[in-house]
Design a protein around this ligand. Structure first.
Ligand SMILES: NC(=O)c1ccc[n+]([C@@H]2O[C@H](COP(=O)([O-])OP(=O)(O)OC[C@H]3O[C@@H](n4cnc5c(N)ncnc54)[C@H](O)[C@@H]3O)[C@@H](O)[C@H]2O)c1
Length: 245
């Protein structure tokens, strides 16, 4: 191994991060930027919300309002950013709806649109460009819910996160011959707006705390960087021992 091997160096790499106005997306943006990446930051809530969430960045950044569940908006996004080295898809929703309630069908539809069609739209737009350039990294977001049903989430969320775990493996098989590496991260309870105020009690978990978003962003960084160069088709549990498989 080259003595100069730097496992977290992203100099010269362009990394697109969705859900960048949220907890894990913003933390991932800060870490990738601090390690040399140019970042393209995407969120349905738009530029001001992304800027407010990420704060000051050390390198170049662009900001994009996009609903990733809409195929036409994602195609337009890809036109505007051009090819990227890394695609980190943090955008998702986890509505609290009761599956026995009549209103649940709408919550199910929207959760599938955002959590399943969003990643499908993004990978359909960016994967071919990565395959063409002969390199790329795709990091999707599953969840502990995708393995064991979740700590407090509803079945609509668990459906979609289990689907992401399966899709990660499907896409990793297709990317390998073009050096496009595809992995997912399956977090446990992370202290972000997604779970804030929803009864996630730190004392209930093995480490007696929630994780900081940076503790997930660090895995994003590594999976985008030279240190992640032989990982593909894996789902990395970052769950503080809330589920052992
Ligand atoms: N926080 C946790 O405990 C936890 C646990 C397991 C998995 N996850 C997963 O980690 C990822 C990041 O979660 P987080 O905790 O940072 O959530 P978050 O709610 O803090 O951020 C999600 C972001 O996605 C954006 N978003 C929602 N719908 C969108 C759409 N259609 N298009 C574009 N952007 C959209 C939101 O505006 C928000 O900024 C998600 O995939 C989530 O399911 C989180």
């Amino acid at each position: 191994m080259n003595q100069a091997f730097n496992p977290t160096d992203l100099s010269g790499k362009k990394i697109l991060i969705t859900g960048a106005a949220g907890g894990i997306g913003a933390a991932s943006a800060r870490l990738c930027s601090a390690h040399g990446a140019e970042v393209a930051l995407v969120d349905i809530s738009g530029e001001d919300a992304i800027r407010a969430a990420v704060g000051d960045l050390s390198g170049p950044a662009s900001f994009h309002a996009c609903d990733t569940s809409k195929r036409d908006e994602v195609i337009e996004l890809a036109r505007s950013t051009g090819p990227v080295y890394g695609l980190v898809d943090c955008a998702a929703i986890c509505p609290p709806d009761d599956w026995m309630d009549d209103s649940w069908d709408a919550a199910l539809d929207r959760t599938i649109e955002v959590n399943i069609k969003g990643p499908a739209n993004l990978t359909r737009a960016y994967f071919p460009m990565m395959a063409e350039q002969g390199e790329g990294r795709i990091i999707l977001f599953g969840s502990v819910a995708g393995w064991m049903g979740g700590l407090r989430s509803g079945p609509h969320y668990a459906f979609t996160k289990g689907g992401i775990h399966a899709f990660t493996r499907w896409l990793a098989q297709r990317g390998a011959s073009s050096n496009v590496l595809v992995n997912a991260i399956a977090p446990g309870p992370i202290d972000t707006p997604m779970i804030s105020g929803r009864g996630y009690e730190a004392e209930a978990y093995p480490l007696k705390r929630l994780a900081a978003p940076e503790e997930v962003g660090a895995f994003v960084l590594l999976l985008c960087a030279p240190g992640g160069a032989f990982a593909s088709g894996a789902i990395f549990d970052v769950n503080g021992a809330t589920h052992l498989r």
